[in-house]
Design a protein around this ligand. Sequence first.
Ligand code: CP
Ligand code: NVA
Length: 308
Amino acid sequence: MRHFLTLRDFTKEEILEIIDLAVIIKKEIKANVFKKYMPNKTLGMIFEKSSTRTRVSFEVGIYQLGGIGLFLSSNDIQLGRGEPIKDTSRVISRMVDMIMIRNDSQKELEEFASYSKVPIINGLTNKFHPVQLMADYLTIVEHNKTENLKVAYVGDGNNMTHSWLMLASKLGFDLSIATPIGYEVDQDILASALEFAKKSGSKIIVTNDPKRAVDGATVVTTDTWVSMGQEDEKETRIKDFNGFIVDKKLMSLASKDAMFLHCLPAYRDYEVSEEIFEEHSETIFSEAENRLHAQKAIMVWLDSKRDC
Ligand code: CP
Ligand code: NVA
């Protein structure tokens, strides 16, 4: 049995196998072919934090695969009143076939997984957002941008940045990250990425200079400056991130026809200008839609590993 907790646990071949599956599953649904890859299977979806995309895409996804999803807000289940993670895991995993969790702590997610009888999927923690990255890479594949791929990430050194580090270093593409001073990526995650990059050939640059990161990039991406749970730091962060907006001037340093990606929700005129957002909105909303297709592939892949 496999879990989907971080791309750190996946090989290049496995990541690409899931992406290939996502391409097939997307084609099928677009042709109105509802192949029931997971008939009568149940997906528990535990949310400790807000969500639009993750919730809708997982719930619709499992339904399209022939199964059903259960939305479990941590406020409504006993977990929110202090029932231990290991007990919650041992109960729910005896009743459902797969569990997706969005919570704060990656460590607690791992604890949940270690007690589970069924595959666990990370729907975002403070450290990683791997399902988002699968949708992002699917979008890159669909736009034929995989050759000489050079991604520039401008913004906070957060769960999205860490996930980009894992994806780039596993697949072997180049990644430049620009964060303000004091908002750098987790050094242990960076060290792992640099280790994987030795094998894959990925060139990873971390800098405090957005211009250096974006120079020649074929894909530019960013994320909110204020992640969920950091609302109290909003004012300070907005000051500290001055100069890190992805706007026309910064985008002009990227390669011609560079793509712009955003995991959403986007805060216009903070991390991205309204102009750049709208110019790239078609790609951004395809990226959002790809959450559905990529996650269906993740669920089918995990289910297949469970059966064999
Ligand atoms: N990108 C993303 O995970 O969106 P939600 O927070 O709406 O799920
Ligand atoms: N970094 C953001 C991503 C939202 C999808 C957060 O954790 O809130």
